[in-house]
Design a protein around this ligand. Structure first.
Ligand code: HSE
Length: 439
C-alpha cells in the first residue's frame, strides 16, 4: 500500500461538523495506525469562526471561506456539513467538478437533487459518501447497498427522525405537551434548523427518498412520498392507542406489492410488542424484510454531534482507503447504482393503499348515533374490529373510538367525509393508520 496522507476539508462547523472534527482529531493516531496512512483535517470553513464548539483546533484550520477548500489542490475529500439546499448544492457540484470526493449529511439536498449529484460524481470519477444522511450513526446505507445486496428487499419500516420520536416518547411517557417536548429536543441539538422539517415529517421523507432509492432501485421520488407529521397528535389519542395495545410512532414505510411500491410517512399505530414500537427517545430504527434474510432490525442514535460525526468519519475513511488502494481508477463507480431506475415499479397512489385504521369520533351521546356511524362505514366496505366509548355527557360530545379491519384509504376518506357532515358529530374525526398486522 502506498503511504500518503489524505487531506480533508469540512464545510460547516455546526453540530455535525463539530462531531466530525472531534473524532478526526481525537482519533487521528488510532486511525493512522489502523489505516496505515494519516487522515489530516486541513481546514474547516464556517462563517462563524468565533463560537466555542468545545474543541481546540490547530492554528489556521478554521477559516471563513469555503472556496479555499473547494479550490485547494491538496484537499482530497470535502465534507459538506452545512445543510440546506443553497449554497450546499453549488459547493458539492464545484467540489465534484474540481475532482474532489464528497461526503455529505445533507438528506434534503440528496432527496431533491440526488440524481444530478450522483450523475456528476460518475462523470467526474469521484466518490460520494452519504452514510450520515439517513439514521445518523446507524450504517444503514452501507447495509442496504452492500450487506443486503443478495436480497430482494420487500419492505423497509423506519423511525428515522430522532426529534419527532423524542417528542412522541416524551409526550406519552411524561405527559408533557407538544411544544415543551419540541423545545427540549431543540436544546439537545437534535432538531433541524427549521423544526417543521422534523415535526411535519419532511425530514423523514427526505431520508425515505434515499432509502427507497437504494432499497428498490427506484428514482429519487421525494415529491411522490405521502407525508404527514405529528403536530396533530394529542394526549387523548396517545392514551386511547395505549388502551387498544398500541403506540404511536412517526413511521416511514416503503414496501413492495407486486409492481407497486408504497412510500409514505405518517403517524402510525404499532402494536406495543412490535420491535419498532419500543424504539424510544432520539433513537432511530430501521426494520427491513428481505427474501433471503427474513427480517432484521437496526437500532441506534439517529442524531447528535458524535453519532452523526461517526457516520461522516466512516465515509471519509472508506473513501480514503479507496483513494490509496485504487489510485483513482475506480472512483465514481459506487454512484452508478444511484443513477439506475427501476422502471417496472410504480409508486402506488395513497388513495389505493389498504391498511387498518384507528378512528376517534367526537359524537353526541344520543341513541342511534353509533348505528349511523357504523352504517356509513359499512356502506364503504369498512368493518369495525373493536370500540370504546368514554364517559356519558347528555348533550355534549364524547369520544367514540374504533379500530377497523383493513380498508382502502379512498373508502375511508369518503366515509369520514360523510360522517363529519352528520349533525351529531361535533368535531373533525381523528384517524390514524395502523401497521404491524391484523391482531
Ligand atoms: N433532525 C434530525 C432528526 C437530525 O431529528 O433526526 C438527524 O438527521
Amino acid at each position: 500500500m502506498k503511504k500518503q496522507s489524505i487531506n480533508v476539508g469540512i464545510i460547516g462547523f455546526g453540530t455535525v461538523g463539530s462531531g466530525t472534527a472531534k473524532i478526526l482529531l481525537r482519533k487521528s493516531r488510532e486511525l493512522e495506525s489502523r489505516l496505515g496512512f494519516p487522515i489530516v483535517l486541513k481546514n474547516i470553513a464556517d462563517l462563524d469562526t468565533k463560537r466555542d464548539r468545545g474543541i481546540k483546533l490547530p492554528a489556521g484550520v478554521l477559516i471563513n471561506d469555503a472556496l479555499k477548500i473547494l479550490n485547494d489542490p491538496d484537499i482530497d475529500i470535502v465534507a459538506e456539513l452545512m445543510g440546506g439546499l443553497h449554497p450546499a448544492r453549488e459547493f458539492i457540484l464545484q467540489a465534484i467538478k474540481n475532482g474532489k470526493h464528497v461526503v455529505t449529511a445533507n438528506k434534503a439536498l440528496l432527496a431533491v437533487e440526488g440524481r444530478k449529484i450522483f450523475t456528476a460524481a460518475c462523470k467526474n470519477r469521484v466518490d460520494i459518501g452519504f452514510e450520515a444522511s439517513v439514521a445518523g450513526s446507524i450504517p444503514i446505507i452501507k447495509i442496504v447497498r452492500e450487506s443486503l445486496i443478495g436480497n430482494n428487499i420487500q419492505s423497509v419500516y423506519g423511525i428515522i427522525n430522532g426529534t419527532s420520536n423524542y417528542i412522541l416518547t416524551k409526550m406519552s411517557g411524561e405527559g408533557v405537551d407538544f411544544s415543551t417536548a419540541l423545545k427540549a429536543a431543540q436544546a439537545l441539538g437534535y432538531a433541524e434548523a427549521d423544526p417543521t422539517f422534523d415535526v411535519e415529517g419532511i425530514d423523514s421523507a427526505h431520508k425515505l427518498t434515499i432509502l427507497a432509492a437504494l432499497s428498490f432501485g427506484i428514482p429519487f421520488s421525494y415529491k411522490k412520498i405521502y407525508t404527514e407529521g405529528i403536530t396533530n397528535i394529542t394526549p387523548p389519542d396517545i392514551q386511547f392507542a395505549s388502551e387498544f395495545g398500541y403506540r404511536i410512532k412517526l413511521l416511514t414505510i416503503a414496501k413492495q406489492d407486486g409492481k407497486d411500491i408504497e412510500v409514505r410517512v405518517h403517524p402510525t399505530m404499532l402494536p406495543k410488542d412490535h420491535l419498532i414500537a419500543n424504539v424510544n427517545g432520539v433513537f432511530n430504527a430501521i426494520y427491513i424484510e428481505g427474501d433471503a434474510i427474513g427480517s432484521q432490525l437496526y437500532y441506534g442514535r439517529g442524531a447528535g454531534e458524535l453519532p452523526t460525526g461517526s457516520a461522516v468519519v466512516s465515509d471519509i475513511v472508506d473513501i480514503a482507503r479507496n483513494i490509496v488502494r485504487t489510485k483513482n481508477t475506480e472512483h465514481g463507480a459506487r454512484s452508478t447504482d444511484l443513477r439506475t431506475r427501476n422502471k417496472e415499479l410504480k409508486i402506488k397512489k395513497m388513495e389505493d393503499i389498504r391498511t387498518c385504521y384507528y378512528l376517534r369520533f367526537s359524537a353526541l351521546d344520543k341513541p342511534g348515533v353509533l348505528s349511523r356511524i357504523s352504517g356509513i362505514l359499512g356502506s364503504h366496505n369498512i368493518s369495525i374490529k373493536s370500540m370504546i366509548q368514554k364517559g356519558r355527557k347528555a348533550e355534549k360530545a364524547v369520544p367514540v373510538v374504533m379500530m377497523t379491519h383493513e380498508a382502502k384509504e379512498k373508502d375511508m376518506a369518503q366515509a369520514l367525509k360523510e360522517i363529519n357532515r352528520l349533525p351529531v358529530i361535533s368535531d373533525k374525526t381523528v384517524y390514524l393508520r395502523v401497521e404491524g398486522g391484523e391482531n
